[in-house]
Design a binder for this molecule. Structure first.
Ligand SMILES: [Zn+2]
Length: 405
């Protein structure tokens, strides 16, 4: 969700990245970072005393490879899996949704809204394989929940291995002529930032483009906006997920749960300053008192229960990296995020933040981190399906260790 450690690498002319220019870049991006993520700063030289990972992206599933894999799985398991195109990115790439299960409760999962945060996509693909398998366990889960996953929801950013999408303000105005003369959105990147040349190829942080009013139409007076306010659905990627959310809400009456998969800096420590954090979790993204006009059944306790379902599943692996979990900072109020907007619409919402963004951490610990995300998702799906989530004491949420600050 954050991009605090994006200051440790730059690209060379050939497109490869180099480490070690952290401080100068940090100064450049600091004002934006302060707005975008009031919490969770991490030192720029964030490799935890070890070397950086291999930052080539070839070991990660590309957009084309993902489409191939989804098609193959859909053909093998056509009786239980539907793959449909729910939209098109600004540069013309398909945005796919995979759906399995016939249960009455919908669990919606999205990954790679930030294109340099890639484990979620791998975890979703693995989860789809296990959820569609002809096993009694998978059959039971499919009877209890309907899983809808949008892996790599921001494919243009994913292909560029960067946070922002690939879209200019002029393209926004072309789509929304009423915005001619308005100041560009505050989350529009036009400068070199975090090792990416947004000056040459501008883009938006799509995860600030959501609005809790799912029918909101962009108006010039609402720009440039700020992190404390909603977004506008001026990007095709957020529009696609919003439209999917609305259709699921119409079909099921409610979207029970929504999980958004992210990465954070690689070197956070737990509250004792001892263990390195494998993943931070959160169920709180907005201060609901500030957004009562948009409150459509906000359920913070349910979000806490779902967060604990993931926490408990991973903690059951005992003293292992799976159990090295902390709570993501709770002092955030971001109604322009997908999580914030959908939470205000009544969904239980959970954020996963595994360690290490791709452009500095590479594929380091990839297998471990992908499994961490997958196990956490499975914990939530099982608890939603069985109803066990609602039996969890939400007050235990406060016992999840904090991240060292
Ligand atoms: Zn992110």
């Amino acid at each position: 969700m954050t991009k605090n450690n994006r200051t440790t690498s730059i690209r060379t002319a050939s497109g490869r990245r180099l480490a070690g220019v952290g401080l100068a870049m940090a100064a450049l991006v600091a004002p934006t970072v302060a707005l975008a993520s009031p919490a969770a700063a991490q030192p720029a030289t964030a490799h935890c005393g070890t070397s950086t990972g291999d930052t080539a992206t070839s070991s990660w599933t590309s957009h084309a490879e993902m489409a191939k894999e989804l098609r193959l799985l859909a053909s093998q398991r056509s009786d239980v899996l539907d793959v449909t195109r729910i939209g098109t990115s600004n540069r013309g790439r398909e945005i796919w949704a995979a759906r399995t299960g016939t249960g009455p409760k919908v669990v919606l999962v999205t990954s790679e809204i930030h294109g340099n945060e890639k484990t979620g996509t791998e975890a979703v693909l693995s989860l789809l394989r296990s959820m569609t398998a002809p096993t009694p366990e998978a059959e039971r889960l499919r009877s209890e929940v309907t899983l809808v996953a949008v892996p790599k929801m921001n494919p243009d950013a994913a292909e560029l291995d960067r946070r922002g999408n690939d879209r200019t303000w002029a393209e926004v105005v072309a789509d929304f002529p009423q915005l001619a003369g308005a100041r560009p959105a505050w989350n529009y990147y036009t400068r070199a930032q975090g090792g990416d040349d947004y000056a040459a190829r501008p883009g938006f942080d799509v995860n600030r483009d959501y609005h809790p009013n799912l029918d909101y139409v962009p108006q010039a007076k609402d720009f440039p906006g700020s992190s404390a306010g909603p977004g506008w659905y001026v990007n095709p990627e957020s529009q696609a997920v919003r439209d999917l959310y609305k259709s699921l809400k119409a079909e099921f009456g409610a979207v029970d749960s929504y999980v958004d998969l992210h990465h954070q800096g690689p070197c956070y420590l737990d509250e004792n300053g001892e263990a390195q954090v494998t993943m931070s979790l959160s169920g709180k993204f907005v201060d609901v008192e500030n957004h009562q006009e948009y409150n459509r059944g906000y359920r913070l306790d349910y979000s806490k229960q779902l967060t604990l379902a993931a926490f408990d599943k991973l903690s059951a692996y005992g003293r292992s990296p799976f159990g090295s979990l902390t709570l993501y900072p709770q002092d955030i109020d971001l109604p322009g995020t997908g999580l914030g907007s959908f939470a205000l619409n009544g969904s239980g919402t959970v954020l996963f933040e595994v360690r290490g963004q791709t452009q500095s951490w590479g594929a380091k610990q990839r297998g471990q981190l992908v499994k961490t995300v997958e196990h956490g998702l499975t914990g939530i799906i099982e608890a939603v399906g069985s109803g066990a989530a609602q039996q969890i004491d939400p007050d235990r949420y406060d016992e999840i260790p904090e991240t060292a600050r």
